[in-house]
Design a protein around this ligand. Structure first.
Ligand code: GLC
Length: 740
């Protein structure tokens, strides 16, 4: 029997559907056959709370597989991998009775200090968007909904519920909305979560421009906009702006405010009905039965291990220190080897079904291992004593493997600096001074400074936070069972002061100014020529690859097909990330030195070559033109570059694009220079200006050509009032007519 249209129910009942029925579920509408659907975290595993409920991970949750957080998956540069994680998280969501997963997070890593960067993929919007869309496809293929978050410009934790992100339109479009646009238009998530913060003074939850004009009208989003938990201030304003579902609930006061606003004519009932229908549609994702994750736990743990290994980035490997040969005498140093840091704190926290440690995993692979903690992160040991013990333990070893990292990275708090704890830096230096070979393994949710010990280490592995199987994954990479293929998804700077947001993070007096504009991450470092420790896209392998035979064919309408050959020139099978950047100075705006516009990951056996073909859509060449308020491909030259990283171009070819010819729509407020440059208005205005001039004045004007340069920026409206200008407003209006 067809369900009644929930919009036909009494207004009070409809209003109640627009806020949660409890902390994690929507309100059921039995009379309309609308069940309650459970929405819960998170991006790298299910946090299903049955007893106490909270949005910060304080209360316990059901066991589930903790996959590698986004900081690691972002380093894989592998959309297929991200999709497999999404599918597994989706399977466990259903097993735990969850119909909507609150993930992925695709916010851009504007500053390495953001405490929540471990939950996000990259400093680059293309990499973030492609991986986020893959996660959504994977999860939704399991019959659960995914929720892309936090929409938008939520790039810090400091004052996150009150701060206003002050950002210009071009930067908003090109950097902070682009990943959301890709996820929404390519993967069609069931929901979008509005962020806590304001954007240019307007709360994200009440931001009609973002939630309706951009998200729905421009991008065609048809799902549910759900608030972040506790983010809604003015419920009526939020509903009118396009926010369907307030979480958590219930909230009778806000329900009553909706009813009152409709009754008083301040809120159109049609707006309420549209939201009611969308929330009711979301509720169809409700999961009837719960089985628990036991049946999939073993397979998912194996998947978590495979995924994690492909996220590890080999930053440095001098003297072929890695992979570790069998039978080596190893001294493993560092608390993180025995007590791994495999995820961050807050709402994404997963109660892992099991946790592998690097120490056990190295031993199980047959390595002869001596272990010393070297330091403690809970202050229970004397640093100097532990350091001296470690130095003694390293004597006689062939290789020292030092596991260092950060504890306490969490949602809700930003970092103060990029440093590893001083006692860990001292430990690395002390060990490296005596060990024949020193390998440093980093367990961090974001990039850290490598300065002060980088040159002492023979090899450095960025292990990020790798989820519950990260210990085994690290052992697989260190021993060579897996050839590392990760690439940096975020730049490792030399100093915090070098970061483009340094002077504007985390803001002041309730505002954070995005003064660096589009120059975020590598876009800044490469454009100003600032040296970094390791650039975006960097990562080593145990084999070598060669790129040649690049061709770029413009295929009409400002799109291009890029073809190149990649060869594995080494002795081991390995995966290589092909990175395609575009560099141009076309257009009336300052462009970054280059921007990532396509990428793919290929696995090649020794000696194997592969022709890789990638399409550059016209958006790959466009910038956002704020005067025309649209994406614009400026006519001109574009150089397609193949990068080993954002800093190392190994091949390039320049093509010319016809582009869009948008002559600025003239008005009386346009600069007189734009009038004179206009193909139609220019000649007419010159004729009008010279109509009453004497021959001498004409010759003078010819001689003063550059004079026009000086007056070019005067708005036409003011130019008319200059002495000697014989053109009237009516004359300009007539010319304007001719240009239309
Ligand atoms: C949190 C987070 C959001 C999470 C939600 C529910 O505060 O900002 O990412 O999904 O609340 O836990």
């Amino acid at each position: 029997m067809p369900q009644p249209d929930p919009a036909t129910l009494p207004l009070e009942r409809k209003a109640s559907l627009l806020s949660g029925g409890d902390f994690w579920s929507t309100q059921p509408l039995d009379e309309a056959g609308v069940a309650a659907v459970v929405l819960t975290d998170g991006p790298h595993g299910i946090r299903r709370q049955k007893a106490g409920a909270d949005h910060l991970g304080f209360h316990a949750s059901e066991p589930a597989t903790c996959f590698a957080p986004a900081v690691a998956v972002g380093s894989s540069w592998d959309a297929e991998l991200a999709e497999r994680v999404g599918a597994a998280v989706g399977r466990e969501a259903r097993a735990l009775g969850v119909g909507v997963v609150l993930g992925p997070g695709v916010n851009i890593k504007r500053s390495p200090l953001c405490g929540r960067n471990f939950e996000y993929y990259s400093e680059d919007p293309l990499l973030s968007g492609v991986l986020g869309a893959a996660f959504v496809r994977g999860a939704q293929a399991q019959g659960v909904g995914a929720t892309v978050k936090h929409f938008a410009v939520n790039n810090q934790e400091t004052e996150r519920m009150r701060v206003s992100a002050e950002v210009d339109e071009r930067t908003l479009r090109e950097i902070y909305l682009a990943a959301f646009e890709r996820v929404v238009t390519e993967a069609r998530p069931a929901a979008v979560m509005s962020a806590y913060n304001k954007i240019n003074g307007v709360p994200a939850s009440e931001n009609r421009r973002l939630l309706t004009d951009v998200l729905r009208t421009e991008w065609g989003f048809e799902g549910v906009v759900v608030s972040d938990w506790g983010a809604v201030g003015d419920r009526v304003a939020a509903l009118a702006a396009g926010l369907d579902l307030q979480m958590p609930g219930p909230d009778e006061a806000h329900d009553a405010a909706i009813v009152e606003a409709v009754r008083e004519g301040r809120l159109d009932q049609a707006v309420v009905d549209a939201s009611v229908r969308r929330v009711a549609a979301l509720a169809r994702l409700a999961v009837a039965s719960e089985t628990g994750v036991d049946a999939v736990a073993a397979d998912h743990h194996a998947l978590a291990r495979e995924v994690a290994a492909d996220c590890v980035v080999l930053l440095k490997n001098d003297k072929y220190t890695l992979p570790l040969a069998d039978g080596l005498r190893l001294t493993v140093v560092g608390e993180f080897a025995a007590r791994p840091q495999f995820q961050g704190g807050g709402s994404s926290l997963v109660n892992a079904t099991r946790v592998d440690t690097p120490l056990d995993a190295l031993r199980s692979l047959g390595h002869l291992v001596t272990y010393v903690p070297g330091f403690t992160t809970d202050g229970t040991g004397d640093a100097e004593t532990l350091r001296e013990e470690a130095v003694r333990a390293v004597c006689g070893a062939e290789v020292a493997v030092v596991f260092v990292g950060l504890r306490g990275e969490t949602e809700g708090v930003d970092r103060e600096n990029l440093d590893l704890p001083a006692d860990q830096v001292e430990l690395v230096r002390a060990v490296a001074a005596v060990a024949p070979r020193t390998v440093v393994v980093l367990s961090t949710g974001g990039v850290v400074s490598l300065e002060g010990w980088h040159d002492s280490a023979d090899a450095i592995v960025a292990g990020w936070l790798l989820g519950q199987a990260g210990g085994s994954a690290l052992a697989d990479v260190l021993s060579g069972a897996v050839n590392p293929s990760g690439r940096l998804a975020e730049t490792v700077p030399l100093r915090l002061e070098d970061t483009p947001s340094f002077l504007n993070f985390p803001g002041e007096a309730g505002q954070v100014r995005h003064g660096e504009g589009v120059m975020v991450g590598y876009r800044h470092y490469e454009s100003v020529g600032r040296a970094v420790r390791y650039p975006f896209g960097h990562g080593l392998s145990y084999t070598t690859f060669e790129t040649d035979a690049l061709s770029v064919d413009v295929t009409g309408d400002d799109t291009a097909t890029v073809r190149l050959r990649v060869t594995n020139t080494g002795e081991r099978t390995g995966k290589h990330v092909v990175q395609v950047y575009v560099a141009t100075t076309a257009g009336r705006v300052r462009r970054p030195a280059r921007e990532l516009r396509a990428f793919t990951k290929v696995e090649l056996r020794p000696g194997e070559s592969r022709i890789v073909e990638l399409l550059l859509e016209r958006r790959a060449f466009a910038h956002y033109d704020i005067e025309a308020d649209r994406w614009h491909v400026a006519p001109g030259a574009y150089t397609v570059q193949i990068g080993e990283s954002a800093a190392e171009v190994v091949a390039e070819q320049t093509v010319t694009l016809i582009g869009d010819n948008i002559a600025a729509a003239l008005s009386l407020d346009s600069a007189i220079g734009d009038w004179l440059a206009h193909p139609v208005a220019g000649p007419m205005l010159r004729a009008a200006l010279m109509a009453e001039a004497t021959e001498q004045e004409r010759q003078q004007a010819e001689a003063n050509g550059d004079m026009m340069e000086m007056v070019a920026s005067i708005p036409a409206r003011q130019f008319l009032h200059f002495p000697g200008v014989s053109v009237s407003t009516d004359d300009l209006t007539e010319i304007l007519e001719a240009t239309r």
